[in-house]
Design a protein around this ligand. Structure first.
Ligand SMILES: *Cc1c(COP(=O)(O)O)cnc(C)c1O
Length: 418
């Protein structure tokens, strides 16, 4: 037998693996309703208007034949410039940066194959023997596996349901140590639906400053905020600590298959010069996104598409509310706080109320078997006896899913006196 890299065997089960396993046990008599993975492109009700502009931009890049050659290693200058301008605009419009205007230039932006390549590149670049990364818990499984592959240890800080899923800064300071290389912040948050306040982001930036480490700011859901909330990009605090911002077209522009993302280095004090050089070397080895998608990016990121984003939020928020209200009526489930952004929420399962359900995995499996409703067990995200739900389904499907979950729980309810 020829061996293989043991790090690959150690990585946690992926979302895809668990979904495949759950789907295979669906009740054949009942069509599946999926509250599992959130591929936004699979839900056309979310973007009824305005996405043609993206498709047309790519189509004209293809038919121009101007982009048939290899793109430059860090990305087409026009696309890097447009991404830098977009990110500057986001910082500016949040209104936090008047005293410390952000200076992101074309040369600070590297174009990547989705946010996935961006975060894998960052973790590979920062890795050093014995070093660790601070990750949020619940978290996003890709960080777990990418750290494993890069040979990095993990430390966790908890996102707290009782605090609207913000963290306790004292705990972050407590788990950080001299070998901590960076703090990962996912905001708006997958899997919790949290949107961090400006004050909370400031607290985290102060910790990074005190430990002289960068923040990896995963802002894949940047701007996907409801209910009058506000998205504050971490780069607004770049005067305190270096910020490496990660983003992509996958969620907010709803074209995950186009595999376009970025990493942007915001380094006011020049402490990331080595990291920048290493990024250049790595991106020279690992080619980025397809040239024709890059060529379309200036038009996709332009302000002309503001209405598209407003429409998406106007559809997504009532979808979220429908699901949230439906879940609140199910006794064995606890929704701690109404999501404020992203496309996901975490719900606690009170297994002590349910016959034959010992864990979140039991819950997900039995629910699939009996009711064909797909939810993801929270243990994939580091939280036992919780489940993660995608909240962007059309209202009628959300209502149906809640009815089925309610019947499932009622059938298994342990009542007093039994
Ligand atoms: C989806 C997602 C990613 C990966 O994004 P891609 O652009 O599809 O590679 C990264 N981080 C979070 C939090 C995500 O939800």
């Amino acid at each position: 037998m020829i061996g293989s890299n043991p790090a690959i065997w150690k990585v946690n089960p992926s979302i895809r693996g668990v979904v495949a396993e759950l789907l295979s046990s669906a009740n054949p008599g009942n069509p599946v309703i999926s509250l599992g993975p959130g591929d936004p492109a699979a839900y056309p009700h979310l973007f009824s208007k305005g996405r043609e502009a993206f498709t047309e931009a790519v189509a004209s890049a293809v038919s121009s034949r101007l982009y048939d050659s290899y793109p430059p290693p860090f990305g087409l200058p026009s696309a890097r410039r447009a991404t830098a301008a977009y990110l500057r605009g986001v910082v500016k419009s949040c209104g936090n940066s008047r005293e410390h205007p952000v200076q992101l230039r074309e040369s600070d932006v590297f174009l990547t194959v989705g946010a996935t390549q961006a975060l894998q590149a960052v973790l590979t670049i920062l890795a050093s023997a014995g070093g660790n990364i601070l990750l949020p818990r619940p978290g996003f499984p890709l960080y777990e596996s990418s750290c494993e592959l890069a040979g990095l240890d993990r430390r966790y800080y908890d996102l707290l349901p009782a605090r609207n899923w913000e963290a306790d800064p004292t705990q972050i300071r407590y788990v950080a140590d001299a070998r901590t290389l960076a703090i990962v912040v996912i905001n708006p948050n997958n899997p919790t639906g949290a949107v961090f306040s400006s004050h909370h982001l400031l607290q985290i930036a102060e910790i990074a400053r005190d430990f002289s480490i960068p923040i990896i700011a995963d802002e894949v859901y940047g701007g996907m905020v409801f209910g009058g909330g506000r998205f504050v990009p971490m780069a607004s605090f770049a005067h305190l600590a270096p910020i490496i911002t990660i983003g992509s077209l996958s969620k907010r522009w709803m074209v995950p298959g186009w595999r376009f993302g970025w990493l942007a280095i915001c380094d006011r004090h020049g402490t990331l010069q080595g990291v920048r050089k290493a990024t250049e070397i790595l991106m020279n080895l690992n080619p980025g996104p397809a040239s024709v998608i890059q060529a379309a990016v200036p038009s996709i990121l332009s302000d002309a598409n503001a209405e598209f984003h407003e429409n998406v939020l106007a559809v997504l928020e009532p979808c979220m509310n429908t699901l949230f209200e439906g879940l609140k009526k199910i006794k064995a489930l606890r929704c701690h706080s109404r999501p404020k952004g992203s496309m996901f929420m975490m719900v606690e399962v009170d297994t002590t109320l349910l016959h034959g359900i010992e864990s979140d995995m039991d819950f997900a499996k039995q629910l699939m078997k009996e009711e064909s409703v797909l939810v993801l067990p929270g243990s994939i995200f580091g939280m036992k006896n919780w489940i993660r739900l995608f909240f962007g389904l059309p209202a009628d499907l959300s209502i149906d899913a809640c009815d089925r979950m309610n019947s499932f729980c009622e059938r298994r309810m342990i009542r007093d006196g039994w």
